[in-house]
Design a protein around this ligand. Structure first.
Ligand code: ZN
Length: 226
């Protein structure tokens, strides 16, 4: 059933009061006394609207961070913004391959699945990121020293004074356009250390639609996980 934009399931019983709660799967349940008419139930939903929204948002936050991918046939794994189904292989020389639109993982290695995927992102990712740097560094007018893809604390990228750039392996889950923004962001830091007007103007010059990518990262960043 639904009332305006809130869908819910309704159970009636011989209870005396109405109660609304969020189920473990994130759906809204309403328990109501048997004699309650739909109109009365909808009045209660209306009165509790902000409570429902708040609790749904809370549920989403909680479950977003708990999202865990499993190393089973058919599970989706993301590379450069596209989801590829996992296929467990009995015989394969390499631990992990991205081939024919699927991630092929050796079945006897699934206990190390997360490490194998991280290694894939780091290795493949380094090549990809170097490719994007080669495209943008000349436009920005900077020279890059060493590039690494690794696990960073709470950030997508970092840079050092001597022109070294680091990128989180999770960046490789983002679409190329967003990856490009992360690359441009770090490249521009080689010119301007802080996020001041000079910095954002320089980003804007090579990537006028960068705000879109900032927004994408804000909304999807938590999902970029194994
Ligand atoms: Zn920055």
């Amino acid at each position: 059933m639904s009332y305006k934009d809130i869908s819910y399931s309704l159970k009636k019983s011989n209870r005396k009061t109405i109660s609304i709660f969020i189920e473990r799967d994130g759906s809204v349940s309403i328990l109501a006394p048997a004699p309650y008419q739909l109109e009365k139930i909808e009045q209660v939903i209306e009165a509790k609207r902000s409570w429902i929204y708040r609790n749904l948002a809370e549920w989403e936050d909680l479950n977003r961070t708990q999202l865990q991918r499993e190393f089973v046939n058919g599970e989706g794994f993301v590379y450069l913004g596209r989801s590829y189904r996992l296929s467990l292989e009995e015989k394969q020389n390499t631990d992990l391959l991205l081939k024919r639109g699927r991630f092929l993982l050796r079945r006897d290695k699934i206990h190390k699945g997360a490490d194998i995927f991280k290694a894939f992102y780091k290795q493949k990712g380094l090549k990809k990121i170097n490719e994007r740097i080669a495209l943008y560094a000349p436009k920005i007018g900077v020279k890059v020293n060493k590039v690494k893809v690794l696990e960073l604390q709470n950030r997508w990228g970092s840079c050092s004074d001597n022109g070294n750039l680091n990128f989180h392996w999770k960046c490789l889950m983002a679409p190329v356009s967003v990856l490009d923004y992360i690359v441009v962001h770090e490249l521009v830091h080689l010119l301007y250390r802080n996020h001041d007007n000079n910095f954002w103007n320089a980003v804007d010059k090579v990537m006028p639609d960068y705000a879109k990518h900032v927004k994408w990262l804000k909304h999807n960043g938590a999902d970029m996980n194994l």
